[in-house]
Design a protein around this ligand. Structure first.
Ligand code: NAP
Ligand code: MG
Length: 471
């Protein structure tokens, strides 16, 4: 049982102002796995004041001092990587191999990227007689979701530290354990007092106290559209910068060539990673209509091959994060059946042999793009296959969505892939499985307005000053 009942404020583990706590449930066993303290606006205010004081000195540290700090964090992160992985499995049910692999590896990648960006970044530039200076924006409130918990914390915390900002982190209740360990890592690395602070608790309390706080300069939020809208409203009165990374319903276009079956298999397996709880998941699989039968059969085989079960064992897929998420995903599967989408694999209920835990069957529908299951983000292991007559129609379907977070194009002819990629209205298009820590990541349309990863993510934490007549 974990008992995480203190907050990290001004370089110390301190008692919350009140004594409210919440039990956390292991999604694979449905048993209580530990407790966290639930903070209040008073705790947030203490953390913000500590960050404000720390910002005065930290914002004036040199590039070399901050690089030394990031390298010290790397030493500590490496030491605690397996602790992080165990925590991630326990809190949100990621299979052990995924938690020890991609989940924690993403944190390492964001740290290495923050170091590489800081090593080279030009903070000053002359344009005529004007000197343009990039300076850290100030105190940043970072609000994150549970689905790739360490990725989402580190993709904010490391660039913010690299830029010279002070931080108050509000992690998700559902993934509080890995955030606690990350705070311990930062403490062990010797982050100066007040530069990094963490307050746990409810989003409606802690998150909104940050969004409305007059001494917070910026909010970086990753999560749902509705909360993103609420944060924007809350932050408007104090004119904060608000960076939003929201949801998606991203198209995965498979070209009509001899690799189609392999690409459909890859897209299906990819959809089921992390139980489909990935904002950038390719949840609409666009295949040539003339070969839809073949594609359906291949996808069904791939989905049925995904082993679901205990995340501490060898299963490829664990549970979804919570009872609430389980119910939401089940309701979408029922909705798909009810609205006449064709069930290709999976369906309602738990996979055979599992009578406890928030396990969902890897599910595939074949449908048209107007169905609810093709339009709304389900955030579970549910893939919707849609046939296209030609590439123009594929692009039209791909763009017929409220979202614009990601897109995928897989095919043999790279020129065609590139041309399709350029026509998709989304922030990150992956061609044939490309991956790049330095590529900007973020949404068009209702998927958000910020960019994370790489130099673009780093730049979100900077203000621009012009010194005119500098000479
Ligand atoms: P969520 O419900 O929006 O919660 C995200 C965070 O916001 C949590 O820490 C939550 O706290 C907090 N929060 C809740 N109400 C708040 C309020 N009024 N003010 C400030 N903060 C508040 O999202 P989720 O269910 O955790 O995550 C799933 C969503 O995240 C999906 O839509 C997914 O697509 C999106 N997502 C986007 C990206 C991206 O990069 N674009 C990446 C991953 C996930 P508590 O829950 O602890 O109360
Ligand atoms: Mg939520």
């Amino acid at each position: 049982m974990r008992d995480y009942l203190k907050f990290f404020i001004d370089g110390e583990w301190v008692d919350p102002s009140g004594n409210a706590t919440a039990d956390l449930v292991n999604p694979a066993t449905e048993e209580v796995s530990g407790r966290i303290a639930l903070g209040s606006a008073e705790d947030v205010d203490k953390a913000v004041q500590a960050a404000r004081r720390a910002f005065a000195d930290y914002s004036r540290t040199s590039r070399e001092e901050r690089l030394a700090l990031l390298r010290a964090i790397k030493v500590q992160y490496d030491k605690r990587q397996s602790d992080l992985a165990v925590a991630i499995t326990e809190e949100m049910g990621a299979p052990a191999s995924l938690a020890a692999g991609f989940h924690t590896f993403l944190g390492t990648g964001h740290l290495d990227t923050a170091i590489a960006v800081l090593e080279k970044f030009a903070f000053e530039k002359k344009e005529g007689d004007t000197l343009i200076v990039k300076e850290p924006i100030g105190v940043c409130g970072l609000i994150t979701p549970w689905n790739w918990p360490i990725n989402q914390v580190t993709v904010k915390v490391f660039p913010a530290l690299a830029a010279g900002c002070a931080i108050v982190l509000k992690p998700p209740q559902l993934a509080a354990y890995s955030a606690q360990i990350l705070a311990e890592i930062l403490e062990a690395a010797g982050v100066p007092n007040g530069v990094f602070n963490m307050v746990q608790g409810k989003g409606s309390v802690i998150g909104s106290a940050l969004s409305t706080h007059p001494d917070v300069d910026m909010i970086s939020f990753t999560g749902s559209e509705s909360v993103g809208v609420q944060i924007s409203k809350d932050a408007a009165a104090t004119v904060k910068r608000v960076c939003l990374e929201l949801g998606g319903k991203s198209p995965f276009i498979v070209l009509d060539d001899e690799d189609m079956a392999a690409n459909v298999t890859g897209a299906t397996t990819g959809m089921m990673i992390n139980s489909g709880q990935t904002c950038s998941a390719g949840s609409r699989l666009l295949v040539p209509a003339a070969r839809l039968d073949e594609a359906r059969a291949v996808a069904a085989t791939a989905a049925n091959a995904v082993t679901v079960g205990n995340p501490t064992g060898n299963a490829a897929m664990g549970p979804v994060v919570s009872r609430e998420q389980f119910d939401t995903v089940q309701a979408y599967i029922e909705k798909g059946i009810e609205e006449g989408a064709e069930l290709v694999a999976g369906g309602v209920g738990r996979p055979d042999g599992l009578d406890k835990g928030f396990f969902v069957r890897p599910t595939i529908f074949a449908a048209t793009n107007d169905k609810v299951v093709a339009r709304e983000e389900i955030f579970g292991p549910v893939l919707v296959m849609i046939g296209y007559a030609d590439l123009d129609e594929a692009i039209e379907i791909a763009n017929d969505t409220d979202f614009g977070l990601a897109g995928y194009v897989n095919g043999k002819d790279l020129e065609t892939c590139r041309s399709v990629a350029k026509q998709i209205r989304a922030g990150a298009i992956y061609v044939n499985g490309g991956f790049d820590f330095h590529a900007p990541f973020g949404g068009y349309k209702r998927s958000g307005n910020g960019r994370e990863w790489g130099e673009h993510g780093f730049a979100e934490y900077l203000e621009t000053k012009a010194i005119i007549g500098h000479g």
